[in-house]
Design a protein around this ligand. Structure first.
Ligand code: NAD
Length: 373
């Protein structure tokens, strides 16, 4: 399998992302290139297969690193202060110094948590990321946003802290439950809807078409197709982050579908829909909203909805009992600017988006209602 290297260009914080089959068993050679100390703390989750942990530790040890492993319980509920302090205490007990490193080996929960711990331990220790879920690979690991949840809400404590490198092994996806794979597909589909606006120089437009024509191979987890969707998605996110690390402009387009999604996830207490499912519904609603505002033709809206549905992802909510809760939660989204709802909407053609502000909440309510009835 080809070795792909994508650089996130952020001056002195620039780093390379390597995407390659079996990279876990060759990780030492990539990590050795970084100027870091000998000790590495691998933070992982109990559902990450042991073989991935063994491959990584074995190769790092072979390259002279002194490896410590901390296995935390899986689940979003563990992205919390207790886990953060567990990591910090473990590192203090084992005398980790600032030149040493924390390495996240797991999904987005582990990369958000370990990245946050790395950013505050001794005011910043080296951070290495090895994502093992599709969402982790195409989204959470890339871009330097770290966070934990607190009782007041999700992702309310966090930092921007870039890793030294990211290593992605598509083979890790072969053990991932289908439901978790589809969570990541929600974000992959999102990149297809915004890649032209992202003006990504690496991407020849047509990711939407690729996802349509290669659906069977992607869902059968064919390694070549996985490599293609990961590389393409990561290159888009890396490009956007390079242009706008702190989300003061272009990076906001990555929230396509997310204003709706956060409302839906919160209204159903994060139980009924996975994040990928909520984002999928959000992208369909954003497309319909674009159609209402004459930004997108009906036939393109249908194409978007059909593609999302062909990946077994939902395209609308099924009942209205939580309608008020959804819109209330949307109004409390932390990304709201000047109290006005802001949407990223598909615009003119597939791959282009536009930011629209000031859409009244009643219009949003009627749109959701119309989709269900
Ligand atoms: N920082 C960011 O920019 C950003 C972006 C998107 C999402 N996130 C965060 O990411 C988190 C969600 O990440 P996620 O979807 O990866 O969930 P997750 O980390 O909970 O992983 C999902 C499940 O898969 C298991 N798992 C991981 N790798 C596996 C493998 N290879 N085989 C089998 N099982 C495996 C995990 O133990 C867990 O049970 C959320 O907390 C979200 O806020 C962050």
């Amino acid at each position: 399998m080809d070795n792909k290297k994508i650089t996130v260009s952020l001056k002195d914080k620039s780093y390379d992302i390597f995407i390659k089959g079996n990279i876990l068993s060759q990780c030492g050679k990539y990590i050795k290139q970084l100027s870091i100390g000998k000790k590495i703390l691998i933070v992982t989750q109990d559902k990450v297969p042991k073989k991935f942990i063994n491959q990584t530790t074995k190769d790092l040890s072979k390259h002279g690193f002194n490896i410590f492993v901390l296995v935390l319980s899986s689940g979003e509920q563990n992205k919390n202060l207790t886990s953060l302090l567990t990591i910090i205490s473990f590192a203090i007990k084992n005398k980790f110094e600032r030149s040493d490193s924390f390495c996240a080996l797991g999904g987005g929960v582990i990369s958000d948590l370990t990245g946050f711990a790395a950013s505050i331990y001794y005011r910043g220790i080296n951070f290495i990321c090895i994502p093992t879920t599709l969402l982790g690979m195409v989204d959470a690991a890339v871009g330097g946003k770290t966070a934990i949840n607190i009782p007041d809400g999700k992702n309310l404590l966090g930092t921007f802290y870039q890793p030294k490198t990211i290593l992605i092994d598509p083979n890790c996806l072969k053990t991932l439950p289908k439901k978790e794979f589809l969570v990541g597909m929600g974000e992959v589909l999102k990149y297809a809807l915004l890649e032209k606006t992202a003006r990504n120089p690496y991407s020849k437009s047509g990711f939407f078409y690729f996802l349509k024509t290669n659906k069977n191979n992607i869902l059968k987890l064919k390694t070549k197709s996985l490599l293609q969707i990961i590389t393409h998605s990561v290159s888009i996110k890396a490009y956007i982050v390079s242009k706008d690390e702190r989300e003061s402009g272009l990076r906001a387009i990555l929230n396509l579908g997310h204003t709706f999604a956060h409302g839906i996830e919160q209204a159903y207490n994060y139980k009924k829909y996975t994040h990928g499912e909520a984002v999928s519904i959000g992208m369909c609603l954003a497309s319909k909203l674009a159609q209402n505002h004459k930004l997108l033709s009906e036939s393109l809206v249908t194409s978007i909805i059909n593609l999302i549905s062909s990946y077994s992802l939902p395209t609308k909510i099924t009942e209205l009992s939580k309608l008020n809760k959804i819109t209330q939660s949307m109004l409390h989204d932390k990304k709201i600017k000047d109290g006005k709802l802001r949407f990223i909407l598909p615009h003119k053609e597939i791959g282009k988006v536009k930011i629209i502000s000031g859409i009244p909440i009643d219009e949003v309510k009627s749109l959701i209602k119309k989709e269900v009835t």
